[in-house]
Write a protein that binds this ligand. Structure first.
Ligand code: MTE
Ligand code: MO
Length: 524
């Protein structure tokens, strides 16, 4: 390395385009790969994501880079040495007194929408590249600083009205209950909010279409844990009917007094018929230092206990322990329900007569008539969003990609997903702003998910693609100046999407499921 110039990371960051030349770093090496960009086997756009920074996070994502040849290809492009290295930057950040200073490092491909708290989405070109979203580029939605929990000391407290409280270590959860895996999409309620604020300003993060992702989640069923609450919580207080009443088949079983019926129900585990339990409340370990509030949400007990509800207390994401950003060591995954209810860093569950009283259950993640504003909103007048409506989006090509009519055709890719486990039966695509349509090809489901169009249990999105002709020059040689790509999906209940945002606009900018439109300039 002797004699090579030393560059700071700020200097490297200035080289992100072919015009400014494309620089990347690997370990302490600085490389000018401008000449290599067009030769990259994965395409120029993929390698340009690493421009101005380290290639290591991207190599970690795509296995094919874990070979010596790849280093041999890189080496001739070396121009210098990186000053200080990444460790120096991390130490400087931690030194600053800031509740977010100890937040984990994030993958540079994520598009940050805010840093404190951190919120970042997956770029379209990576989103629909595979049915399972790699952990490192799965969108992150945090309301508060990331809590740092110790897996050994961790305890999950489970309690309910009229029952004793139970505590489980992570190890107890793993060994006392059967491990279960569910392939499920998590989507933020504010996904695609930027289209709503284009109509009229809304309060919230300016998400594009990437606040969504799909993973194979593994853990224990919430249902199994709640049943343990019922039986273990009551212990010796279990009421048993007199023996003859149960053994004589033809004599009527005596009707139990209400309180005793309840005890009998509890003995068999928590039940939907229990009048004292209507909601299951989840609390996270992330806390607002000024108000003392912790993140919380709840779901109806029917979803929590349903045999086919698949609600998980997950400790793994795609076969790996949960990362810090995604809820280490334990989170809830509520399949088919909006992301806000899948509480991360879970440390308390309460079976209750009431919904969660948290800000996020009561005064957020609700939608209203477009005329309702911040002065007139009555939060209590609308229910908390649980199952979101059917949606779809184009992930490729990205807005701004120039189209060349000479190519003759274009390949369009995207995702479609609906709440409640309703599968996707069809995705329609238009290249003329919605005047004419053709169905797209639905891609095979991710591992563990039922086929497209399934009526229930379709917790994962359906990816789709289609190749369509581009407009041809008319007799006088003229071409439309732009093409408007549009997609819309139909779910297993034949729900479809509204054509525009205006009619579903709401002050928080949530549940935008309008037709997704991408306008692209057309060149000859
Ligand atoms: N859980 C806690 N404890 N704190 C949070 O801020 N955000 C919620 C949910 N669970 C949140 C949480 C929201 S709004 C969403 S969309 C999902 O987590 C996002 O999950 P992800 O960050 O793993 O993608
Ligand atoms: Mo969210």
């Amino acid at each position: 390395d002797k004699g090579r110039p030393i560059y700071s990371s700020e200097e490297v960051a200035k080289h992100k385009t072919l015009k400014d030349r494309v620089w990347v770093t690997f370990k302490d090496g600085v490389y000018d790969i401008t000449e290599f960009v067009e030769m990259h086997p994965g395409g120029a756009s993929k390698i340009l994501m690493a421009a101005g920074g380290s290639v290591e996070p991207f190599w970690a994502l795509y296995q094919q880079h874990r070979k010596a040849e790849v280093l041999n290809i890189l080496e001739p492009y070396r121009i210098g040495t990186l000053e200080g290295g990444a460790a120096a930057a991390a130490a400087a950040a931690a030194a600053a007194k800031d509740p977010y200073a100890s937040d984990p490092a994030r993958h540079p491909a994520l598009i940050a929408r805010s840093m404190r708290p951190y919120n970042g989405e997956t770029p379209g070109s990576l989103l629909a590249a595979a049915p399972i979203t790699p952990n490192d580029i799965f969108f992150t939605r945090n309301h508060l600083p990331v809590p740092h929990l110790d897996a050994e000391a961790f305890r999950l407290r489970v309690e309910g009205e009229g029952t004793r409280a139970l505590e489980f270590s992570l190890e107890e959860l793993k060994t006392r209950f059967r491990k279960h895996s569910v392939t499920a999409t998590v989507q933020c309620t504010g996904n695609r909010r930027n289209e709503m604020s284009a109509v009229k300003p809304v309060k919230g993060l300016e998400w594009d279409q990437g606040a969504i992702g799909t993973a194979v989640w593994s853990g224990v069923r919430l249902r199994d844990v709640l049943r343990a609450l019922g039986s273990r919580g009551l212990g010796s207080r279990v009421w048993r009917p007199p023996a003859p009443a149960l053994t004589l088949c033809c004599s009527p079983v005596p009707r139990l007094p209400a309180a005793m019926r309840l005890l009998a129900l509890r003995a068999a585990g928590l039940s939907e018929e229990d009048p004292l339990v209507k909601h299951i409340i989840f609390e996270g370990a992330d806390k607002d230092a000024t108000t003392g509030d912790v993140y919380g949400a709840s779901i109806p007990v029917s979803k929590a206990l349903a045999a086919d509800g698949d609600v998980l207390l997950a400790y793994e994401m795609n076969g790996q322990p949960l990362s810090k950003d995604h809820g280490f060591p334990l989170r809830v995954i509520v399949p088919g329900v909006t992301g806000a209810r899948s509480v991360k860093w879970l440390n308390r569950i309460v079976a209750s007569q009431y919904e969660s009283g948290s800000h996020w259950q009561q005064r957020d993640y609700k939608s209203f008539c477009p005329s309702v504003d911040w002065d007139s909103v009555e939060w209590g007048s609308a229910p908390a969003i649980q199952e979101p409506p059917v949606t779809s989006a184009i992930t490729e090509p990205a807005p701004g990609t120039p189209l060349s009519a000479a190519d003759g055709e274009i390949t369009i890719r995207g995702y479609a997903w609906s709440g409640g486990g309703r599968g996707i039966v069809r995705v329609d695509v238009s290249t003329d702003g919605g005047r004419s349509w053709a169905p797209a090809r639905l891609l095979p489901p991710p591992p563990g998910a039922p086929p497209p169009g399934s009526y229930s249990g379709a917790w994962a999105w359906t990816l789709w693609e289609t190749t369509v002709p581009l407009p041809k020059p008319s007799a006088d040689g003229s071409l439309p100046p732009a093409v408007e790509l549009v997609c819309k999906a139909v779910d297993a209940s034949y729900n479809s999407q509204p054509d525009g945002v205006a009619g579903i606009w709401n002050l928080r900018g949530v549940v935008n499921n309008a037709w997704h439109r991408v306008k692209l300039d057309l060149e000859p």
